[in-house]
Design a protein around this ligand. Sequence first.
Ligand code: C2O
Ligand code: CU
Length: 463
Amino acid sequence: MKISRRKLLAYSVLGLAVKPVLAALPSNDGVRRLSLVLREEQRNWFDDIEHQINVWGFGQDLLRLRQGEPVEIEVWNSLPVPSTVHWHGFRIENAMDGVSGLTQAPIPAGERFTYRFTPSDAGTFWAHSHHKTYEQLARGLYLPIIVEENSPVDVDQDIHLAIDDWRINQSKQLDLESLGAMHEWAHGGRLGNFLTVNKQVRPKYIVKAGSRVRLRLLNTANARIFAVNVPVKATWILSKDGQPLVTPKPLDESLLLAPAERYDLAIDIPQDARGNIPIQMPTDSGPIDMALLEVVGTVQNVRGYPPIALPSNSLEEVGFINEPKISTVLDMQGGAMGSLRQAIYDGKNMSMQELIQHKQIWAFNGVANRPVAPLLEVRSGDVVEIDIRNNTGWAHSMHLHGHHFKAELPRYSSGIWHDTLLMDSKENAKIRFVAGKPGSWLLHCHMIEHQAAGMVSWIKVVS
Ligand code: C2O
Ligand code: CU
C-alpha cells in the first residue's frame, strides 16, 4: 500500500474551544521543578455541550523547557491504570527514557515518578505514554514540548499545531472497543475519523499581516500520515524533528508528516493578507482546514530578508563518505499481504497462525517484538549504520530513541537530522548516527499498532 493522499478521510469539523497554556515555574537552585498529572479530562468538541468527550492527558496542553536548564518533573499518575512518560527526541539519560519494561517499571495508578534531565537540544519535541502505547496514545496521553533556544529567534510569533486523529463512535465518545483490532494492526494501523489540532477542533490563532511566524507541526496520531498545505508562498522549513536545517529550505509543496515527525516552519504572512489563512490537509474531496491563522493588524517593520537558520544543537556530524565503524541490516517483515511465514516470539519459533494468536504479525530480522539480545551492541562514540529494508507492503515511521540520525531519502532534503523516518513500502534507507549515552535504546515503528504487533528492536550502548 503506497502512501496515498486518497486514504485521507474527510472529517467533520465542528465547534471551537480554547485552553490555557501553562508555563514552567522557575526555582532558585537552577533546577526547574514541575509536576504533571496524567488524568482523564473532558473536551468540548461537539456543538451540543452535553456531549463532552472523555480523553486522557497531562493536565496541560504544552510544556515549555529551556535548552541546558535542568528539570525535575514529578509525574503523578491519576489514571486508573499504570503508565510511563517517554520524552520523544530527547537525548537524555537512558534511565529517564520512560520505556515500560525496559528502562523503568510502569508508574502504578495513584503513584508518581520523578524524571530528571537536562534538554541538550532546543526545538520541537513531545512526551507520550510508553506503556500500552497503542491504547494510551489513542486516548490522548501526549504533550507537545517546546525547548526554547538560549537566544531569541527572529520571529514575531510561535505557534504549535499538534495534529491528531481520533476514532469516535456513534455516542460521540472514543471508540475503545476497536482498540486492539488485529485486522488494523496487520494493515496501516488504527486510523481515526475525527481530526483535532492541539486537542481542539479547527483552532484559530491571531497573526499580523507582514509578520514572520514560526509554525511547529507535530503528528501525534497513532498511525495516520498527514499531508499539510500552507497556502503562503513565503514559507520555509527551519527544522525537522527538533534539529535545525543548516539553511532554511523554501517549502513549495505539501509536507508529509508521519506519526511522531515534527517540522518547524517560518511563514511570512503577506502584507496584504486579510481574513483567515487556513492550514490545510489536502484530500480527494478537497482540502480540509485543520487550523486557521486569522490576520488582524499589520506589523510596522516588514523583514526584507529570508529567515535566518536556527542555532545548531551541535550534534556530532556523521558523513556518508567514510565507512561506519559498525553496521548491520534490519529487515522489516510481515503484515497483511506480506511473505512472513514464521518468526521467533518470546524465544520460540512460531508459525504465522501461532503468532497471530499472540497478536504478533510483524518482525525485524525474523523476530517479532523486542528480542532478548539487542540488534547491536556498540560503544558510546561509535559511528553506526543500520541498513533498514522495508520488505513489507506498507509504509512505516521508524523511530530511534535517544539519538538523531542521518538518512538519504528523496522525500527529505539532503543532510538533515531525523529521530523518525518515513519509509514507504519497499523503500530502503541507511541510517547513520554516533552512538550516544549508554543504555538500552528502542528502535521501532511509530505507527503504534505495528510496534505492538512486533515491529520493535533495540540497541545497546556501552561506555
Ligand atoms: Cu515516540 Cu518509542 O516513541
Ligand atoms: Cu509500521
